[in-house]
Each structure stands twice: as C-alpha cells, then as structure tokens.
Unconditional design. Structure first.
Lengths: 423, 306
C-alpha cells in the first residue's frame, strides 16, 4: 500500500512537469547533406546550442545524410510521411524535385527583409530558389562555383604550364587539348572522366558544355539541349581524346574516387573541385601534388561555371507550430547578426548576402578567399529544370555509352529524348 | 455404457490437453507470426497492389496491367537485367554447391580443431559486413593501384592495367566471383554437418562389400545429404536472384547496363526515378521467377531422393 502511494505521489510530480514541458517545447528535425562542416556533429550541435540559448522553446534534432544514400532516405521518408521539418541542400532538390512534387512549404515570408541583400550578392541565387510561379522553396545560405583542379607539379614537369593562364586560372579548349597531350607524353594520366554514377556529375557536365560554349538547357529551363552542335562537338572531341589516350574514361568510378586519385597523385587533373573540396582534401594531399584550381576550358577562354547554391527548405508536415519553429531556426541560422557568418564559414563557400562581404580573409580558411575569383564566371543555374532526377541518371549512362564507342549523335538523341520526356 | 464412460472421459481430457497445447503453441508463435505478417506478407500484398498503379511521387492512379506490359517492352529489363540475373544464378548456384561440397568433403574428416579452423575461414566473409567486403574487393580490382593488376602484371599475365569493374567484358564476372566468396560459407558449414551425420555403419558395410569411394559417395552419402543439398540450392538460388548490394556499391549496374540485375533495376526505378509502381511490377515478376525456380528444384530433388 505504501509503495502504491509513493508511486502515485511520484506520478503527480512528474506528469504535470512533463506535460508542461511538452506544451512549451516544440521539437523539430533537421536533415543536412554534407555541405562543408555541416556534417560535423560538433559544429552543428554547437550551432544548435547557441540557438537554444536564445530559443529554449525549440528543440532541434539533427540527422546527417550523405550524397550516396541521402536521396533514397528522403524518398523513403516522403512515402512514409516521416520527412524532417528542415532540409539543407540546393535548388535542384528543394525546388526542382521535392518542391515541384508539392512536398515543400512556401517560405516566401522568410525572404521579405533579405531579398535585396541576396539579389545584390547574385540575382541567379534568387532566381534559383523559386519555381516558375514565384514560390520560394529555398532560403539560401551559401554559394560557390564548381571548378576543376590541376596538379601544378605534373604540369610543370610536362611543360604544360604554358597552356594555362595562371593569373586568371582559365584556359582555352585548344590549350586544354595540348596540355593533355603533353601530360600523356610525359607519362602521366592526364585526367579521368568518371561516369560510374551520378556523384559529382556537375564536373563532367561543365567540362562538356564549356569546351565549345554549349548550353545544358534552354534559357527557359524547359528542355535539355545536349543535342546542340556545340555539345555534340564537345562530346566527340572528348571521345577522340579518350580513344587517343590523352584522357581516360572510367565507368568504374565516381567523383569521390576521382578526387582520391588526384590527391594521391595518380592523375594530373580533377574535374570535381571547389573551395570546400580544397579544404577537406588538404590532409590527404601527397607531396607530389600541388593543387591549382582552374576554370573549365572553353573555346573563347571565357568559362561559364556551374554554380552551387545551398540553403534550407521546409517539408510540409501539416504542423503549423513545427513549421513556425523551423522558420525561426532557419532565419536565425542565416540572418542572425552573430550566427550568419559562422553558418556560412562552416560550409567553406561564399555568403549569399552581399552585406556579409569577405568572410575568409585573415582566417584559417584564407585559401577559400582565392576561389572568389571564379564567382564572376558563374553561369546559368540550370539545375532547376524539370525531370532533373531522371536527367542525372541518364547523364552518366550517356557518358558510359559514348566512351565505350557509341555513336555520339545517336546516344545523345536517346539521352535527350529520355530526359525531356515528362518535363 | 459403463465400459465406454472412462474412454469418453479420457478423450475429453485429451482434447482439452491438445487444445491447451495448441493455444500455447499459437501464443508462442504470435510474436514471430505478427512480425512475418507485418514485414513480409503485408509488404508483398502492397507490392502486388501498387504494381497495378502509376505510383510516383505525385501520382497514384490505377492503370491495370500497363506496368507489366511496359516491362515486356523494356529492353534494359528484358535484355540486360533479366539475362544478367539468370547468368548470375546459372553460374553461381552450381559452382557454390559443388565447391562447398568439395571443401566440406575434404575438411569434415579432419581433426575437430582443423575442421573448425576451415569453417571459420570460409564463414568469415558471411559474417563480415557486405559493405566492408565490397570495399576491399573494390580496392583489389582498382584500375590504377589495385593489387590484382599489380600481381597479374608482375606474373606477366597482363601487360597493362585492366579496368575490371569498368569494362563490360569483365564486370559481371567480377561480381559473380565476389558473390561466390560471400556465398560458400554457409553451405560449407551445412555440408560439414550433413556429412558428419551420414551413417558410418552403411559406409563401412559398403566398403567391406568392395564399393569404391565414388560408389560410396553416390550410393550412400549423396542420398543422405540430399535434404541439405536441396536447402542449399534453394537458398543460394534466392540469394543469387536478389544480388543487390554488390551491384550498388561496385558498378551501379554499369558499364552500359552490363551488370544490371532485376534487383538493382527495381531499386533504380523506385528510388532514382521514383516509379514505385513500375518497380513493384518488377518485384512481382522476380518473385514469380524465384517461385518457379524453387518449385523445380524441390521437384527434381524429391525425384532424385525417391
């Protein structure tokens, strides 16, 4: 009897407290792809602790995704109706994929007081974060341009430095071809066009479209245009180089493998590089490798680089309280006077607010500041084109077919038909 | 009446006892039965239902047998995924069985400690995570610094590096080889156990009667290990049909769909293209094929045994 009484008393103490806590605190979930240090638990938990210092009423749970299985996890969550409240990624997923499928919340209200600042940094960012009807599905945090990288030591030994403009980090298609031949003649593996999967496909896309100034999609982002004369010429050129051995095509690897090959000195150039990659691969770089970021080669020497824009989107979970809490968190991460810079700094990329200016000079990541010279080459953000997920799977299959001897025009026709069907 | 009364009472008591035992049996079965119903039967039913729908991230409309009709005309499914899957099954199942039986027949007569050692060695790839095994194999087959190319070049068997997983000519063979290493562990353990349980007096009698080793094997041992063989055949066949992790981690079905299998193509359609209904239709076809294969194996094994 005494035990029962004691239990009842305990229950009377605990239950009201628990209920009161449940009433006051909203729990939200954040899923983040590996964007710079946003995959590092200490960093992200540090941000959440800082957030909770000012917003103790919102509890944030975090889960880290990777690019090899993250999309599958999100797809599974969408079908099981267990999506997170917030997800950190780019417009190709937030706007063109999940937003277009009606799974995301309209977050136009977050833009009200920051739109001018974001447009001042890059009008392309604002355009990429909304759909054709002007509904915003992404609130951007950072941006970058994807580049390629060369090993300066190998280029020097192969007497190929003459083919690059070291000041502007650019080169022409003609010089790129000459450099590859010089590297081959010197006994190096010049570069590997990876096509084992979709990982890092922004690199191979940029390589193809820049060679002869082709466009990946039309201006309206309503059709894929790989069948243009410029792109056919580029793919044919690459096929020729692979056949001659001045480039290698490998359907057995993806970008991550290619970066590893570059860092360990196996190959002389990599097609998947950016400011964040430069930082994260610094420790694994062999002594024989001196990375030197380069724009993709183009016939006129003026590259059009592919952009990366990362920000937050909110899944529509039908819970207003959680949605409001999620917006509070996102707004704090991106715009709080004390937090905005650390949030961007952790990514290793550049702020999407002009007001934040240069955040790297004089810091441990000073090397990143050098990548800002590529920002003027930021090209069209075509990743918001419909059927993007289908196009991505078609792309590496196209490269596999071409580099195993397929007819370029016929294979491109198949790719374009499959990618454009259903847009 | 006086004679029948006790037997009636016994019968009632027996029935009550049997009922109690049955109830107890069902209660003990209930957890796993619920698990089986919830995680096997229900998803199978859902798979069958969704195979008749155009089920994507934005649509869920009934289309009857259209997914199945599309499958017949899907050249990648018919010419690549289905053919490759059958090649994997036809090659890996017999090789797994024969190799396992051969190894087991060599080691089951050894001293206990030696038998255990070999059982552990062959079972190691089974208990090691498939991802870890695959990563090691990926390194072995690496085009640029893989140990296989290094060894073959030093032995003078090849003159330049081969892209084992990147070539349509070799990728499927590599997948089958890795599959074999992860498949033989359990059959070896089972065969060692089965061979140890063969009636020694029959073997001895046959030997005394002048039977050769081959005759002893075929006439005495083989019939007695037939149930184990049947089990191994069925399990290995199902595992081979469901080969997925190796493909996903090593080749993603490439190059040029040369390692595409039904399981990977299901995943590709469902998770990459978000065509859940179409993927479900493939799953149903795969289940039917596996069912047919298993039925044939049961039939053949029963005939042989009889």
């Amino acid at each position: 009897m005494k035990k029962l009484l004691a239990l009842l008393l305990c229950m009377m103490l605990i239950v009201p407290s628990a209920l009161a806590l449940a009433d006051d605190q909203v729990t939200i979930t954040l899923w983040t792809y590996p964007i710079g240090s946003w995959v590092d638990d200490t960093t992200v938990k540090g941000f959440i602790d800082s957030f909770n210092a000012v917003h103790p009423e919102i509890k944030v749970n975090v889960q880290y995704l990777d690019y090899s299985s993250g999309d599958d996890q999100v797809t599974g969550a969408i079908e099981a109706k267990t999506t997170p409240d917030i997800i950190f990624e780019g417009p190709e997923r937030l706007v063109a994929n999940w937003g277009a499928a009606g799974k995301m919340l309209d977050i136009s209200d977050l833009w009200a007081d920051t739109k001018d600042d974001i447009v001042a940094a890059s009008p392309a960012v604002e355009a990429a974060c909304k759909n054709a009807e002007g509904i915003y599905y992404e609130y951007p945090l950072c941006m970058t341009t994807h580049t390629m990288v060369i090993n300066k030591q190998y280029f020097e030994k192969a007497d190929a430095l003459q083919y690059i403009d070291e000041e502007t980090h650019t080169w022409t298609t003609e010089n790129f071809i000459k450099a590859c031949k010089a590297l081959q003649a010197a006994g190096y593996i010049p570069g590997v066009i990876y096509c084992g999967g979709q990982g890092g496909d922004q690199g191979t896309r940029a390589l193809v479209t820049n060679l002869y100034s082709g466009k990946f999609t039309n201006a309206d982002h309503t059709a894929y245009t790989m069948d243009s004369a410029e792109n056919i010429q580029a793919l044919t050129q690459l096929q020729t180089m692979v056949n001659e051995g001045s480039l290698t095509a490998d359907p057995g690897i993806v970008a991550g493998d290619e970066i590893a090959l570059f860092c360990n000195g196996t190959i002389a150039m990599g097609f998947c590089w950016n400011a964040s990659a430069a930082v994260s691969n610094k420790a694994s770089m062999q002594e024989t490798v001196t990375p030197f970021p380069m724009a993709f080669p183009s016939d006129d020497g003026v590259p059009e680089l592919q952009g990366g824009i990362w920000g937050f989107g909110l899944f529509d979970n039908g819970d207003e309280a959680r949605a409001n809490a999620a917006k509070t968190f996102v707004k704090w991460v991106c715009d709080d006077a004390n937090q905005a810079v650390p949030s961007v700094y952790a990514t290793g990329f550049f702020p999407t607010r002009a007001s934040l200016g240069d955040i790297y000079t004089g810091t441990e990541k000073e090397d990143n500041a050098a990548f800002s010279l590529f920002m003027p080459y930021l090209g069209d953000y075509y990743q918001v084109t419909g059927n993007w997920a289908v196009q991505r799977t078609e792309w590496w299959n196209l490269l596999q077919r071409i580099f195993s001897g397929g007819n370029v025009e016929a294979e491109v026709a198949t790719y374009v038909t499959n990618s454009n069907s259903g847009i | 009446m006086t004679v029948k009364a006790p037997s009636l009472a016994v019968s009632k008591a027996q029935k009550a006892q049997r009922r109690r035992e049955n109830i107890a049996g069902y209660i003990f079965m209930a957890p796993s039965l619920l698990f089986f119903l919830g995680f096997v039967i229900f998803p199978m039913g859902m798979c069958l239902v969704t195979s008749f729908f155009n089920y994507t991230m934005t649509d869920f409309s009934f289309i009857g047998f259209q997914n199945y009709a599309e499958l017949i005309h899907d050249s990648i499914f018919v010419n690549k995924a289905l053919i490759n899957t059958l090649i994997i099954v036809v090659l890996s199942v017999p090789v797994t069985c024969i190799f396992s039986l051969w190894v087991a027949s060599l080691i089951y007569k050894m001293r206990e400690v030696h038998t255990s050692f070999f059982r552990c060695v062959f079972y190691l790839p089974v208990v090691t995570g498939s991802v870890a095994v695959t990563v090691v194999w990926k390194w072995i087959f690496n085009n640029y610094y893989g140990i296989l190319n290094y060894l073959l070049k030093n032995l003078g068997l090849i003159t330049m590096n081969q892209n084992w997983l990147g070539s349509a000519n070799t990728a499927l063979g590599c997948i089958i080889m890795i599959l074999l290493t992860t498949s033989v562990g359990q059959p070896i353990v089972l065969y060692v156990s089965a061979l140890s349980n063969v009636d020694g007096s029959l073997v001895e009698a046959a030997s005394v009667d002048g039977a050769t080793n081959l005759q002893v094997f075929w006439k005495i041992k083989w019939p007695q290990i037939m149930p184990t063989t049947l089990y191994i055949l069925v399990i290995t066949t199902i595992n081979s049909f469901q080969c997925f992790a190796l493909i996903q981690l090593l080749t993603s079905g490439g190059p040029n769909n040369s390692t595409q299998t039904i399981m990977y193509y299901i995943y590709y359609n469902a998770f990459k293209l978000n065509r859940y209904g179409y993927g479900s239709a493939m799953g149903i076809i795969l289940a039917i094929i596996i069912g047919i294969f298993s039925a044939v194996q049961f039939r053949l094994a029963r005939t042989d045994n009889g």
